[in-house]
Design a protein around this ligand. Structure first.
Ligand code: SF4
Length: 353
């Protein structure tokens, strides 16, 4: 299979916002801000799909996608690879952090570029994983019988054409010990037209295919997004969600409650609420751990267990993901002691202001 350098969504690229000039034209920036925003966009590409452009009348949506001069402020705690993808990469394009699962980075392209992205140093190109790198990654998976689950991510795996997705699934199906494929994607929400019959046919597999949808605000769940999620549900694909706790987007009880209730109504189980990672230039999105814990405590009194995700921390540096709570994350004066899945302890310090 060859992954060529095609663009994310030829079908909609004519109407997407892709430049600072577009931002100004649509009233998301003043002409006087253009120069500084050009510097921001050079560091990390800008793209807002037509679906999110419509939804961006909501401040909780716009803040996620509209670049800001705050991104030029790099704090001491910021990291180029906050969750340690590269620390656990046996071959390029593959992260093998836990024995039973591996992450395959099939592309560096996304439909939108989220300004807080934890992979903002590596995503934003138009290239997919080259064929030789894909071969090596699949060879590693085939040679490692402990790998039971393969997580397709990127970038966003659903920017690949249905033909490419089908080819990749056929190759994974041929590896007997692989039983589960999980796709981590923002596409059903930000580019719902991609969830079409051809894609659903491509996802029909002997493997258990799960889709984990990234969404952070109820206002992203437009009627088109809801319809796309329902198409996946009707195709028999189980849906989970992951969200990021983001200052100025969803860091209040009402916003999170609306989001989780909306997801359950759409038959999407809220799975993880991520504490915002230490991505470079994303400090203005971070809350403190104590703020996140207070929000989760307030939600627990209002929502059923089905609506509540697990609040998690990806330990900076690639030490794994843990629930934020007793046994894993303990207050230690002004800092936190975090115990990783192997029992090793790390110190976490809340964002500097
Ligand atoms: S869709 Fe995911 S990988 Fe792409 S910019 Fe957003 S958070 Fe990053």
């Amino acid at each position: 299979m060859g992954f060529s350098n095609d663009l994310a969504d030829e079908a909609t690229s004519g109407r997407a916002i892709v430049s600072v000039r577009d931002l100004v034209q649509h009233g998301f920036a003043l002409p006087a801000q253009a120069q500084v925003l050009e510097r921001v966009a050079q560091d990390f590409r800008l793209r807002i799909t037509p679906e999110m452009l419509e939804a961006a009348t909501s401040a909780g949506v716009a803040r996620q996608f509209v670049p800001s001069a705050d991104e030029l402020l790099v704090r001491p705690e910021d990291m180029a690879d906050p969750i340690g993808d590269d620390v656990h990469a046996p071959v390029p394009g593959l992260t093998h952090r836990y024995p039973d699962r591996a992450i395959l980075h099939v592309t560096k392209t996304c439909e939108v570029y989220c300004r807080f992205c934890f992979r903002r140093e590596t995503v934003g190109d138009t290239g997919h994983l080259p064929p030789d790198a894909l071969d090596r990654a699949l060879n590693h998976i085939a040679a490692t019988p402990a790998i039971w689950e393969v997580i397709l991510t990127g970038g966003d795996p659903l920017v690949l054409s249905p033909r490419r997705i089908a080819d990749l699934l056929r190759r994974l199906e041929a590896i007997a010990h692989v039983q589960v494929v999980r796709l981590h994607t923002r596409v059903p929400v930000v580019a719902p037209q991609r969830i079409n019959d051809a894609l659903l046919a491509a996802l029909d597999s002997r493997l258990a295919v799960w889709v984990v949808v990234h969404t952070n605000h109820a206002d992203e769940l437009t009627p088109n997004a809801a319809a796309a999620l329902q198409r996946l549900v009707r195709a028999g694909i189980p849906l989970l969600s992951q969200s990021v706790l983001l200052r100025g987007v969803n860091d209040n009880v009402a916003a999170l409650e609306d989001l989780f209730r909306a997801l359950i109504r759409l038959r999407v189980k809220p799975y993880y609420l991520h504490h915002c990672d230490m991505a470079r230039g994303a400090g203005h999105f971070r809350t403190t751990i104590a703020q996140g814990q207070a929000l989760m405590a307030a939600l627990r009194g209002r929502l059923s267990g089905t609506c509540l995700p697990t609040y998690v921390l990806d330990i900076p540096g690639g030490h794994g993901k843990v629930p934020i709570g007793p046994g894993y994350v303990q207050a230690d004066g002004a800092a936190w002691v975090v115990t990783d899945p192997q029992g090793k302890q790390h110190t976490y310090t809340d964002p500097s202001t």
